[in-house]
Design a protein around this ligand. Structure first.
Ligand SMILES: C[S@@+](CC[C@H](N)C(=O)[O-])C[C@H]1O[C@@H](n2cnc3c(N)ncnc32)[C@H](O)[C@@H]1O
Length: 269
C-alpha cells in the first residue's frame, strides 16, 4: 500500500486551495487536527478523503482561518499604549489633525473596538479636541459582518472590567452590544494583507498611519511572507508611527529590524 506523509497531503490540498503562503507547521497542525477529529489514523486514508470529498476541503479551509480574538487581548500592550505612546502621539498632533489607526486582521472587531475604547478614554481624560479614525480590515467576510454588527458574547469580553462593560456596552444576560459612540470612528473593509495591488486599506487612500496593529496574524505564514508583509507595512505608517503585534510574534519583528520601544510591550517602530 502506498504511504503518504504530510508533504504529499499538502500537495493534494494545494491542488484544490492555495496554501502556499502558510507555514508548513501550521498546515500540519490543521491536518493533524482534522485527522484526529475524524479518527483517521493514517495520512493515506486522509488523502483518499480529501481527493474525493469537497466538503472536507471546505473544513480545511475553515480551519486555516483562525479568528479567535478578545477585547484587550494583551493588557500590558494596551496599557503601555494608553499611558506612554498615545500621549506622545497626541502631543505631536495639531488640533485639526486626526490620529490614524489600522487594525490589520481585525477578526470580529474586538481589536479595533478596544483601540476605540482607548482613544475615547484618553481623549476624554485630556479634554482634547483631536479626532481619530480606525481602519479595520480582514480577509474573512463573515468576520467583517460580525464586526460591523458589534454584538458579542461573554467569552469575547472576559478581559474587560465591569466598569468598561457598563460604559461601552448595553447588555442582557448573554449579549453585549456596543454603544454607537464607539462605532462612529471605526470603519471596516474586506482586505487581504497580501493584496498585490494595494499595500494599505483602500478606504485609507494613502495609509499614513500613526498606529498599525498586526497581532496574531503573522504566525500562520511562512517566513518569507512574514518578511514581505513587514517590509510593506513600513510604507503604510508615518515616520514616527508605531506597529503593535502579539506576544508570540515579537521575534518576527526583531528579525526584521524593528525596534521594540518598551521591553515586552510588543510595540515596535
Ligand atoms: C487569530 S485572529 C487575530 C485577531 C486580532 N488581530 C487579535 O489579535 O485578536 C487572525 C485574523 O487575521 C485574519 N487574517 C489572516 N490572514 C489574513 C490576510 N492575509 N489578510 C487579512 N486578514 C487576514 C483572519 O481572518 C483572522 O480574522
Amino acid at each position: 500500500m502506498q504511504q503518504f506523509d504530510h508533504t504529499e497531503l499538502i500537495e493534494i490540498i494545494q491542488q484544490k486551495i492555495d496554501v502556499s503562503a502558510y507555514s508548513i507547521g501550521f498546515i500540519n497542525n490543521v491536518i493533524t487536527t482534522r485527522m484526529e477529529q475524524l479518527k483517521i489514523e493514517t495520512p493515506f486514508m486522509y488523502a483518499a478523503i480529501i481527493s474525493h470529498d469537497e466538503s472536507e476541503i471546505e473544513k480545511i479551509k475553515a480551519n486555516l482561518t483562525n479568528s479567535h480574538s478578545l477585547f484587550f487581548r494583551n493588557r500590558l500592550t494596551f496599557e503601555t499604549l494608553r499611558q506612554v505612546y498615545l500621549p506622545v502621539i497626541m502631543t505631536q498632533k495639531k488640533d485639526e489633525d486626526e490620529i490614524r489607526i489600522w487594525s490589520a486582521g481585525c477578526a470580529g472587531g474586538q481589536e479595533p473596538y478596544t483601540l476605540a475604547i482607548l482613544m475615547e478614554s484618553v481623549i476624554n481624560n485630556w479634554k482634547s479636541e483631536l479626532k481619530y479614525r480606525i481602519f479595520a480590515t480582514d480577509s474573512n467576510f463573515k468576520e467583517i459582518e460580525r464586526a460591523v454588527l458589534g454584538i458579542y458574547s461573554k467569552a469575547d469580553i472576559v478581559n474587560l472590567t465591569w466598569h468598561e462593560i457598563d460604559t461601552w456596552f448595553t447588555h442582557s444576560a448573554k449579549r453585549y452590544s456596543l454603544v454607537p459612540q464607539l462605532k462612529k470612528n471605526v470603519q471596516f473593509e474586506l482586505f487581504d494583507l497580501f493584496d498585490n495591488d494595494c499595500h494599505c486599506p483602500r478606504t485609507s487612500i494613502f495609509g499614513g498611519f500613526d498606529i498599525i496593529m498586526l497581532a496574531n496574524v503573522l504566525i500562520y505564514y511562512k517566513e518569507e511572507m512574514q518578511n514581505k508583509l513587514l517590509k510593506r507595512l513600513k510604507s503604510c505608517k508615518t515616520k514616527q508611527g508605531i506597529i503593535i503585534t502579539g506576544e508570540t510574534e515579537r521575534e518576527i519583528f526583531l528579525r526584521n529590524e524593528y525596534v521594540e520601544l518598551y521591553p515586552n510591550s510588543c510595540i515596535f517602530r
